[in-house]
Design a protein around this ligand. Sequence first.
Ligand SMILES: [Zn+2]
Length: 474
Amino acid sequence: MPKPKNPTLIKNGRIITATDDYAADIFMLNGVIQTIGKNIEAGPDTKVFDAHGCYVLPGGVDTHVHLENIIGPTITCDTFASGTKAAAFGGTTTVVDFALQTETDSPLGAIARAQSSAEPQVCIDYSFHVIITRVDQQVLKDVRHAMVHEGVTSFKMFMAYPGVMMADDAAIFQMLRQVGADGGMIALHAENGTVIDLLIKEALEAGHTSPRYHALTRPAILEGEATHRGIRLAELANAPIYFVHVSSNEALKHIVSARAEGIPVFAETCPHYLLFDDSVYNSDDFEIAKYVMTPPLRRPEDQKHLWRALRYDDLQVIATDHCPFCMKENHLGYRLQKLRGKDDFSLIPNGAPGIETRLVSLFDIGVTKGNLSLNRFVELIATTPAKLFGLFPKKGTIAVGSDADIVIFNPNKSQTIRIEDLHSNCDYTLLEGYTLQGVVEKVFLRGTLIVDGKEWKGREGMGEFVRRGQVQAF
Ligand SMILES: [Zn+2]
């Protein structure tokens, strides 16, 4: 019999899942949770950690990240190594990144290419959504193959960025119909891309070049229109649909009414839409390029609707849309970053960092400020994303037989966020100087301690590709 691997015991913690809250010990063996119980005895070779006074949470699952994604002429400034290490320090143990289908290759080629970059570098477990930019019979065959043989069961499509990423409605409908029938999910970026492009062109012609016009040319009504269109396509296709980065009530109201009609519509929002509002754009300073992400930040009123939807399950996931670009040109050698759009807002790469601060920022503004219960917090950051994207119950909860991905979280300590303490390659954080309640103390990936306070114990390449199953939507 092979020797039991890495016996580890976490004692005296308060275990929080999407549904439970109790004090118990967790014994982990061979990378999975072996036993949960009171007063578990440690064997002679067992490593023991005391979680007294702390919450013991399932490792975070972030289903929207962009690591070394090539976007137009540039690339996001986190590698699979730096980005997943940052995720780990923030209490996330699984990410779902993107594999981009190009003009010439198939979805399978896209997966293979993303795999070969990721594999030697990743510090936590991972998968990909394939971005489908072009649909034909061969692509549909390859999509089915990816679902059955590669364990890739979700695909992303864009209603924005004409000529770059945008797929037309018929392509989206075909994908919804097939992937839905096969038990997978289409994640949709819902904005009306052609009207936005017209507004951008008109703004530039009028001499409006500063970053604030990024927000002014992407009005919420165009997010709402595309969301509505996506819902109707999903309804016709009899398929579930997932909206990424919902930012406004214009979009949300369609999601709420569709769910009430019984259409399987799911959606995420991102921490930045809860933390900041469009008042940051009241400046012509290039510094506000930091907040150039898509969709842009919305009104404080929209935030109220987002919180309501998070509480009453009209939004089911909080993911980061970590899409980092540096403010300084040539930081760590990265070029064509935010400054590319110094004289033309439309050239600013869209996106902001956030992979390391998701849990702490949401714990602070969600749980400690009374907007979310502890159970709901865990559900939003780990359990439901795992269920919707076929990772549950391997990921997303603390249960016997689940992967031993565990976060020891201290709710009594606070921290002030500084870019120099974070692990992303990005040269800024939107949370600079913010003091947040709660600290990630320790992180275990499949039973192995990878984060111990400020110390890194993990290694590049230790993350495993997770073959995902079908969507668990109900
Ligand atoms: Zn994104």
